[in-house]
Design a protein around this ligand. Structure first.
Ligand SMILES: [Mn+2]
Length: 305
């Protein structure tokens, strides 16, 4: 069994594994960076699990019933019970994608699948990476950077519309080549739906005390894209709440302040992460509103503006 992240890098890394050895594949419930009880139940059926592009805090629990192998590039600490934990980060080296880790470990050639992982995790910043040279060399085989970017958008559309089954099916699609991905009608329809949904919500943002705020309700995984659109178009700070069927989400992005202190505050109670200019928080259903008001209060009361 190959257990992989739901984004392009995870799907492409699973595809590289699958090309070496036919296997089944599995992604955790979208949004869960851990194995919940249902997923654990399903995984218990397998006695060999290869984990790619995920740093699971509970990976060692899998060792109770399976042999595990891990190929990853996230910040991690060594999982001692694994047959192999290959992550250059354990030696202090940062890799731009898990596909590069799998490529290096198994002496694979640099191809479009490896490139999809890099572009998926790094977006337009890919142009600044040393691997960009290798991606440009793929052009002689008719594989253009623009097409790879478009393919990543199509592959990522499956998790954005929250379709877990489609995410796992995309692993085989990736193995069929770039043309197959670009020509996939379902994925192209997804991209259009997502674009409209992002637009619909982003224009509803209101400015209160210098902050653009938005409360939305969508099961699409687009809160980061909606927040980014609000900030890119207006500058400043945007705070967004999304109430989903099974959980609440809060996202904050700012061009004018360092939000890391807020991440630390959020981490005390919820699953939170981010960097200097962004924070994402996942909260239990119904818990979002109160914390949203609390953040808004802290931002305005502390007169950051
Ligand atoms: Mn990755």
């Amino acid at each position: 069994m190959i257990l992989h992240h739901w984004d392009s890098d995870g799907i492409a890394s699973a595809a590289l594994m699958m090309r070496m050895e036919e296997n089944e594949n599995f992604t955790p419930k979208i949004g869960n960076y851990f194995i919940d009880a249902d997923d654990m139940e399903e995984l218990r059926k397998y006695d060999e699990i290869k984990i790619v592009d995920m740093n699971l805090p509970d990976a060692s629990k899998l060792c109770e019933f399976a042999k595990i192998w891990i190929y990853d590039h996230h910040l991690a600490t060594k999982v001692e019970c694994a047959q192999e934990h290959f992550n250059p980060f354990l030696e202090g080296k940062s890799y731009p994608s898990a596909t590069l880790v799998v490529m290096e470990r198994f002496n694979l050639p640099f191809d479009y699948i490896v490139a999809l992982g890099i572009i998926g995790d790094n977006g337009p910043k890919t142009r600044q990476l040393k691997e960009y040279e290798l991606i440009k060399k793929l052009e002689k085989d008719g594989i253009k950077f623009n097409d790879l970017q478009k393919a990543v958008e199509l592959i990522d559309s499956s998790y954005k519309i929250n379709d877990r089954k489609e995410v796992t099916e995309n692993v085989k699609l990736v193995l069929n080549g770039i043309e197959e991905i670009l020509g996939n009608e379902k994925l192209n329809r997804n991209v259009e739906l997502i674009r409209k949904e992002i637009e619909k919500w982003a224009e509803k943002a209101e400015k209160i005390d210098g902050i653009r705020i938005l409360k939305m309700k969508t099961d699409y995984n687009i809160i980061s894209a909606v927040t980014r659109k609000i900030v890119w178009e207006n500058g400043g700070t945007a705070l967004v709440l999304n109430e989903k069927k099974d959980r609440d989400e809060i996202y904050l992005r700012s061009t004018e302040m360092d939000v890391r202190w807020l991440i630390e505050t959020a981490k005390k109670k919820y699953f939170a992460g981010g960097k200097k200019e962004v924070m994402g928080v996942v909260l239990p259903k119904g818990g979002g509103k109160k914390f949203f008001e609390k953040i808004l209060n802290m931002l305005t009361r502390e007169k950051v503006y």
